[in-house]
Design a protein around this ligand. Sequence first.
Ligand code: NAD
Length: 285
Amino acid sequence: MFARVALIGMGLIGSSMALAMRRAGLAGEIVGAARSAATRDTALRLRLADAMFAEAAEAARGADLVVLATPIGAFGAIAAEIGEVLEAGAIVTDVGSVKGMVLRDVAPHLPLNVHLVPGHPVAGTEHSGPEAGFAELFENRWCILTPPDDAEAAAVDKVAELWRRMGAKVEIMPAQHHDLVLAITSHVPHLIAYNIVGTASDLETVTQSEVIKFSAGGFRDFTRIAASDPTMWRDVFLNNKEAVLEMLGRFVEDLTALQRAIRWGEGETLFDLFTHTRAIRRSIV
Ligand code: NAD
């Protein structure tokens, strides 16, 4: 499908893409870029890439597909570096969890004869780094593409086909809408998890060892989410500010209503909500 794929960033997503592409035979050659020598060595040892480079531009040189797979805060600087070396007709995509910012930070650095097709595989784990990847990560998961209005259909089709052949289902939507949807389905839930684990570790009435020892189902699930990569999640909140603040406003409103229901002993309000949310869970699993 592609002669030379350059994966910029070899963490959970980059390494999973390398393995999934190899398994399906989608790339003649896979090269990667990582800043640390340790990551480059690990990537070569695990045969994630045929060659690893310290500089993104060296990996992108001659590639017909470049995938940005670093934390999104690094995208702008990387785009500026690779913009200089990209060949006409090359496709640049990314896997970032926020999409509006790709059009803002990446697009301005790319030559006009290069195609930008931003993407977001809605798949992940709380693990990070090159050893965390596995080829099945994207199977039966959604990958959302957010091509700009003037994107060339053939380039969008090619990126969509790449994801399908890695096992994913593809949906296309505007970047702004993606950012609203993901704010409520992913970003705010992560913020809640980070917050509750932080709150539990900062109490004078309950000790930290009690929290750990008596960690029940609910809290345990939150700690798993709150163990997600700090750099990646810092960048998500800094770059999806508007949508997150919008959804957080709704969340705080609803939380205050629940607080009031508990204070006034309004059992029916609580029961009705919990019945409704149980039905949502049953429609997901
Ligand atoms: P990760 O922490 O596992 O890997 C990121 C990699 O990028 C690391 O190897 C890091 O060393 C490297 N890196 C950081 N800055 C760099 C730079 N300037 N140049 C080159 N390499 C650099 O993270 P991940 O989970 O693979 O996430 C990567 C991207 O995928 C992020 O943009 C994230 O928003 C997105 N994403 C993550 C998940 C998830 O659940 N983890 C899901 C979907 C999308």
